[in-house]
Design a protein around this ligand. Sequence first.
Ligand code: PLP
Length: 430
Amino acid sequence: MDVSQSIVLHNEAQEHIVGGVNSPSRAYKGVGGGTPIYMKRGSGPYFWDVDDNKYIDYLAAYGPIITGHAHPYITKAIQTAAENGVLFGTPTELENTFAKMLKQAIPSLEKVRFVNSGTEAVMTTIRVARAYTGREKIIKFAGCYHGHSDIVLVQAGSGPSTLGNPDSAGVTVGTAKEVITVPFNDISAYEEALAIWGDQVAAVLVEPIVGNFGIVEPKEQFLAEVNRLTHEAGALVIYDEVITAFRFTYGSAQQLYGIEPDLTALGKVIGGGLPIGAYGGRIDIMEQVAPLGPAYQAGTMAGNPLSMSSGIACLELLQNPDVYQKLDQLGAQLEKGILTAAQAHGIEVTVNRLKGALTVYFTNKNIENFADAQETDSEKFGQFFHLMLSKGINLAPSKYEAWFLTITHSEQDIEQTIQAASYAFKKMAE
Ligand code: PLP
């Protein structure tokens, strides 16, 4: 496969853009290096790169592109919005329409507020929870990514009784001390952390279905117990549904499990591919937010007509009852094909799948938490990634990410992907 134009562009990018990329994982560091492919066009499940190679895409821009690239209905909505002016700085009816749609789809959102990214949404839920409870500490689960605000860029300490360490230069030790990290799916570790810090904890931050060390579902009762213990401690439960909302059902993971958090952060899919975030929850908590309450949050671009129109159009497409069934069917076909191909070539893999999202781990073990995911074979994943890319399959460049299906993938696309995987496994076994 000739990728010479991507190489030229990446050399140029490195002169002007730090690391050549505007988000670190795009630099292929997680797959042993290589030149990132520069895409120039997307349509449905496909990409074309600057050398005119065609790819079937499973990155879906790290989740948002559930309706496929350049969906005509969303494109039209964006065009219409653009013709009417892209940014007003005043309220618009679009914001009301979209807020009502989100509230209807996710009943725990009694009030919402739009922001511009998942990072902003999560960051603000933390501020609001602190304002409401008058407490400062936050509990999070190891390996879960909640955006890049300081407070969530904190690693686990060495056990539930220790506070965190900064995970990035520039995050202060003081900030890290506000965060306690415990293993996902381990309710006793969570209980232990609350026993020590419970009366200082403002909130626990939960990805109800993990998307950031691959797709990992909560064990039975885990979310219910987290809710019970957190509320007993007088703290709030925040669901980070930036990946999960509208990915698995029309609504959010909280509906799949029948459990309601106090606050929810949203992003990705709800923007139909445009920049967006939103947060919401119980009225009495949300009324902490300015202009009603003392917790400040604002945004020049927040609720802009383009993102609102794109998001509304995207959710309208997802209201079709066939959507999630189709994603599930295609996901099942892909999972089965990959497992069969891997077995045929003696490659050990574990596939975690929920409907149209899955992760292929190079291991023979079950993956229930971050430590499990860390132990999977990174080198093999890197090899697999590059072999798939050479066969025109665009995956996320990290063993910790998910493959996301779109409503535009077809059975033939999945078949072609399985054939590519079979080729990759064969090569890996040589
Ligand atoms: N929360 C989760 C669960 C995410 O996966 C991400 C991004 O990957 C974020 C928050 C941050 O969202 P954004 O990249 O839009 O700031």
